[in-house]
Design a protein around this ligand. Sequence first.
Ligand SMILES: Cc1ncc(COP(=O)(O)O)c(C=O)c1O
Length: 453
Amino acid sequence: MSEGSWLNRRAFLKGAGATALAGAATSGASLLHPVTAGAAVQDGSGQFDFDTPYDRIGTDCAKWDTIIERHGAENIQVAMGVADMDFKCAPVITEALMDRVKHENWGYLKMPEDFFPAIVDWNRTRHGLEINPDLMALSDGVHPALIAALKALARPGSKVLLTTSTYSGFYMDLRESHTLAEESPLIIDNGVHRLDFDDLESRISQETDVLILCNPQNPTGNCWSPEDLMRLGQLCLERRVVVLADEIHCDFVTRGQKYTPFASLPDKNVVNNSVTFQSGSKTFSLAAMKVAWFHSTNPEYFRKVQDQHMAQTNTLGVVAHHAALRGGAEWLDQLLVYLDGNHDLVEQYLRDNVPQIKYTKAQGTYLAWLDVSQIGEAIGAAEKAVAATETEEEEVTPEDIVVRWLVENAGVYTNPGSNYGPGGEGWVRMNLGASRQLIQVALDNIAEAMNSL
Ligand SMILES: Cc1ncc(COP(=O)(O)O)c(C=O)c1O
């Protein structure tokens, strides 16, 4: 965003404040914006605009500004790293926030009565999942909730099973909870990642208390099938390993795919052996609004996690999530179609123009997990990584070298596969949560860069 548009934005907000309040103060029990589903559609045709690129540069945005600071603005044309999206948020969210801002007091928040019902209804309507609100709690992120669950359900020094490649942030949660990773690499079968049940079973020992399931899986994009989840759940139940199901990406599935909530499995005992973590932060790109929730059907697990946990939720985050859950379904439905098109574009383009990079369309998430091992070989990434590690302060992996090559030669930033545990060797993660024009620029730049190899 240019400096000029920042100034315009400030003037706009100031204007809104000047016309403040009357309605907000008189609205009775809650200052939540009254949201009707499907309100505030972007144009007359009922279509939201995902196509026009939305410039986030200069807004202290982690996805763009951190990478530009690291590599230089001249080297970054498309930032495709950290998992949030570049679109303007659903208009119902902005409306609700603007409305709330008119009430100029930011004291402690009492949880609005309709907040938990909004979460329960969302899960029932979209995923057929019944959540008991008495066994659900808010958090200021999936991380704090997961850390609390690890502290509650895994002994310090115990092993936490991870099926890798998996979300890099889990390693941070393990550090915080003084637990250790036990990694079971996924098997790759015809481009599709699968759980290796024999390997998983062999890794469970007296020291294993917990498994962190990522469903859908970041970065591989798997939507785990009911059969896989049941088999995994039964194994964990038999071996007394608690399942922590991180389902933050649950609202993103590609065409023909389905997300199965772990808590919807037909075996009550399997479900009772789990705690589930969700948020609207990925679904509606509200990551910095810091609202998430966890729930369980097992009162003992739930209370244990709560004992370790203190939610620090904030007014704007709650308002934004409430508006999204109550009125954002139509925006999301259109977005899913759009993202599906992005996945298709990347799969088809790479197949036709850059066969050295392999991509099998993700089943869920807006992330593309790309096999770039041929680039690594062509540029001597392994040798370069060894040399770079000698001169730099931190270990440099071959995947870091490929990421740097893509930055230097294509202006495209992706995340190195080595961040995601064993199995990420030779892979990078590309975030497709952006306008198709940007995706196209990234693909064309990469195709051109490949010509120089
Ligand atoms: C699987 C997974 N869990 C958790 C998080 C982070 O969640 P939060 O920002 O709510 O702490 C992410 C963010 O990318 C994620 O992909």
